[in-house]
Design a protein around this ligand. Sequence first.
Ligand code: SF4
Ligand code: SF4
Length: 145
Amino acid sequence: MNDVQIVIPTGDGRIYYDMTGTGSPCNGCSACCRHFRVSFYQGELDTQPGGLVPADMTTQITPFRACMKGTESGYDRCIALQPDGLCSIYEHRPSVCREFPVFLADGSLNPECVRLRIMHGIPAWEPNRETAEHATQRATVTEPL
Ligand code: SF4
Ligand code: SF4
């Protein structure tokens, strides 16, 4: 996959993003997976009908919400984050991970990504010509969920 961010409308008004493209700024970053509390509605757990997120990798934080282990207090790495910086449950990751864009609608890098990269000592992302063209086009690349 060469696209740096695939935009996936969910059909219920939400937008998911896939950043597994080879030119993605997420390659070598994973700052968001080491910073936020990754919490979500417990209906997303694989113990619930239609749920995908492995429940044994989560902590229940309220009667209705769970979060990825390791992120309960924030500022620590998610249990699903592998040493190589990839997510071990990418196809089953929570919606909150799917909804965090690396590019905004105008093609600019998400300011939160810029902030987190600085905070975690990750060099600023510089697109090469190919990825810059893909980034500009990214809002038009869609796949049905
Ligand atoms: S902080 Fe931004 S660039 Fe870094 S992994 Fe997360 S979404 Fe990607
Ligand atoms: S579930 Fe995957 S994408 Fe989400 S924070 Fe954890 S490692 Fe990152």
